[in-house]
Structure formats: C-alpha cells, structure tokens
Design a protein around this ligand. Structure first.
Ligand code: AMP
Length: 115
C-alpha cells in the first residue's frame, strides 16, 4: 500500500483540519496556508492522485466537487463577487499533494497569468 497522503489522513480523521463540508464522496477543508481570504480545498474521498487519474466513470464525482464549490462559495459570501477554482496537476502544474484536490479561492481580485 502506498503511504497515505496528508489529505487521506484528514479525510480519515487522523490529523486535524478545519472541515467545512463532508459527504460520502467529497470532503472540503480550509487550506493551512491560505492565499486568499477564502481558500478551501475540495477533495474526493477516493484517493485519486490527480487530474491525470480521472476517467469517464468519475463524471458524477466531478459534478459533486463543483456542486460543493458552488455551495461553499455561497456560504462564504463570494458567489456574487466571483472566485477561482484551480486544479494543479504534476510538477509544472505546481501540485504538491498527490491526492486530487480543487482549490476554491476568493475574497480578493485574482490576477492572470498565475505565477
Ligand atoms: P497543491 O500545490 O495544488 O498540491 O496544493 C496543496 C495545498 O495543500 C497547498 O495549498 C497547501 O497549503 C495545502 N495543505 C498542505 N497540508 C495541509 C494541511 N495539513 N491542511 C490543509 N491544507 C494543507
């Protein structure tokens, strides 16, 4: 068995996190090093390594992740002002935790291009 990622440990309740959503498919918690006033990670409970692991069968999971993002954006009061959803994939993508996750960032003006 590969070593559990920090996110798998959070989902399993083995290490603490500020969890803001949990259901049978998806867990969401606040990023430990926030890059915006709202910075939440939306994580499938299933330990996919990243976007490269996704297949056609993950359609419902992706819809669930986006639905959680929409719900949390409303709860955080950033639905109207706008927000950014980001998935970093692999080394050049800037991925550091190899358990698929979507960043929900908001509460300030985002810039483009990313660094
Ligand atoms: P990425 O670079 O896309 O893989 O993003 C990984 C994110 O996980 C970073 O924004 C980290 O700040 C965040 N992170 C790492 N460890 C934890 C943790 N224990 N709890 C919450 N967020 C974490």
């Amino acid at each position: 068995m590969p070593e559990k990622t920090v996110f798998a440990k959070i989902i399993a309740g083995q290490i603490p996190a500020q969890i803001v959503h949990r259901d049978d498919r998806v867990t969401a918690f606040r990023d430990i090093n926030p890059q915006a006033p709202t910075h939440i990670l939306i994580v499938p409970n299933e330990p996919l390594s990243g976007a490269g692991d996704l297949t056609d069968s993950h359609g419902p999971l992706l819809v669930a992740m986006f639905a959680v993002a929409r719900k949390l954006a409303a709860a955080e009061g950033i639905a109207e002002s706008g927000y950014r959803l980001v998935i970093n994939e692999g080394g050049h993508g800037g991925q550091t935790v190899f358990h698929l996750h979507m960043h929900l960032l908001g509460g300030r003006q985002m810039t483009w291009p990313p660094g």
